[in-house]
Design a protein around this ligand. Sequence first.
Ligand SMILES: *[C@@H]1O[C@H](CO)[C@@H](O)[C@H](O)[C@H]1NC(C)=O
Ligand SMILES: *[C@@H]1O[C@H](CO)[C@@H](O)[C@H](O)[C@H]1NC(C)=O
Length: 511
Amino acid sequence: MFWTFWPLVFLLPITSDALQFTQLPLAGPTTDDWDLNASPNYNATGRFVFDAVAGLLQHWSNTRYHNGHTIVPGNIPAGTLLYHGRQDPDVPTTREWASLDSEFARIFCAEDDCWILTLVTTRPLRVLYFDGSSATKNGDGPIDTQDLLSWGAVLPERVSWDYERLRRLCELGDSLGFDAFVRMQGNFEVMLCNFTDGVQTVSLSKLENEERFPHHGYTFLHASAWHDHYPGETRIQLDLTRLISLYDVTLAPSLVPVRSGKERRMHRVLGIDERDVNAVLARVRAIASSPPSQSGIDWSTLFKVIRDRYSTRLEVLQSILSTDKDPGPRAFVIVQMALSPYRLYSAVPHPTGSDTAWAAPVFRLCSQSHTSFIESIHDELTASEHLLLTSAQETTREICRTLVGIWAEGMISLRDASTISESLALKWKTGVDHLINWLDWSLWTKCRPACAFDESCYIPGSPFSMEEWDAPEPRCISLFEPYSGIEPEDKGPPQNISSLPPRNLLKTLRL
Ligand SMILES: *[C@@H]1O[C@H](CO)[C@@H](O)[C@H](O)[C@H]1NC(C)=O
Ligand SMILES: *[C@@H]1O[C@H](CO)[C@@H](O)[C@H](O)[C@H]1NC(C)=O
C-alpha cells in the first residue's frame, strides 16, 4: 500500500524491457497434459523460487543457501528500534549500518569504550532487501545481486568495497525513494542512507564493559536463532508482488546455461549478460513507478499452506519407506491422507492392467486446487506474481505427480493382490527420495535428534563458522554457560573466536 503515497518525482520512465516482461506469456505448467510419467523440465526453476520465497528474511534458509537470488522491496514500520554500535560517542551524520537486534550492534563497540546509539523510525522506512547471506563480504556469490545495483555488473574483485557499495546503493535509493537496504549475516542489518531522515535518537549510551567472548558471539547467536524460521524477521514487511528473482527465466534467461549441471549451492548471478542486467535494473526502477498490485493474494501464506500440507507428511513417508520392515501398507495410508481432498469417487482402476491414466483427474485436481483461482485472474497479476504463480504450480504439480503415482499403483496392487509388496514399496522410496531432493525445502534440514531446551539447533555459516560456509550441517550448540559447539569438532569454548581481538572481528564482519 505504501507505494501509492510516493511523490511523483519517483515516476521514472520504465524502459521497454520492463513492459515487455510484464506482458510475456507464462512459461509455466499451464499444460493440460496430466501424464503421471512426465518429469518436470530440467531447467525449470519454480522449486528454487518456491524455497527462496518461503525462506525470505529467515536466518536458516539464507545461511543454508548463501547466494541470494531475490531482491524484494519492503517497509520497516514506524516505531521500530534500530541499533548502531561504536567505539566513540559520535552520532553518524551520513550513511551507516544499523541492526535490528542490539546483540548485533554490540559487536561493533570497543571493549572499554562501548557506545550504542538507539534510533527509532518515525515513519515507515522504504527498504530493498537482498536475500542470502548478503552482508558476508565473500566473492563467491552472496554479494552478486547487490553488485547489479551498485556497479551494473557482478564484480567479485570489489567485494570489500562496502562503503562505496553503500554510497552507490544510497544514490540509487535517493532517486527511487528507498531509505535503506537490508542484508543478513547471521543477523539482519539495515544499511541506512540517512541517520536523521525518518529516524530519531532514543538514546546514546556508554555501556558497561563485558567480556567480549564467548559472550557476544553467543548473544549474537541468540538473536540469529530468533529469526531462524518462518516468518523470520517480521520488522521488515515485504511486498512480494514486486519481488525480483534471478531465478526468473523470463527475466534473466542468460543464467539458465550458467546454472546448468550445477548444484543449487553453486548457483550465482556471475555470468549474467548485459541485456539481463538491464532488464533487472528496469524492474528495480519499475518498483517505484508502477501501480500497486490489485490481486489481493497473500503469497506468503499460500506458500506456507502448501508447505504445511506436505512437509511433515513427506518427511514421515520417507522415513517409513526407508526404515519400516514392510512399509507398503503404512506408506499407502499416509499417501491416501495427503491426497484425501482429491481422491475422486469416480477415479477407480480399470478391472485389469497396470495403466494409471484413470488417475489423471486426481492428479489434475491435486495440482490445480490451490492455484486455479489465481490463474483465472491472470491479467490482474504483476510480473512478480506471475513468477510466484508459476513457482507454486510447478511445485504442487511435482508433489502431486509423485503422490498420485504412488496412490494409483497402490490401488492397482490392492485390486490384484490385496496387499502392497516390498518391491513396490522400494520403488516408492526411490520416487519419494527423488521428490524430497528435488523440492529441497530448508525446513527439512534440522538437528536429529532435536536439541535440549538450553541448546539451539545451529546452522553453521557466516560470520562464525566460515569454514563450513559451503557445507553447513546443523548441530546442537549450548547457548548458555557452559558454552559449546560453534566449532565443528570441539565441545568446549570456541577458542579461536575468543582469541580474536575485536578489531579483527570487525574486519571479518565489515572488512
Ligand atoms: C538527511 O536528511 C535530511 C532531512 O531530509 C537532509 O537535510 C540531509 O541533507 C540528509 N543528509 C544526507 C547526508 O543526505
Ligand atoms: C536446459 O538449458 C541448457 C542450457 O541453456 C540447454 O542446453 C538444454 O537443452 C536445456 N534443457 C531442457 C530440457 O530444456
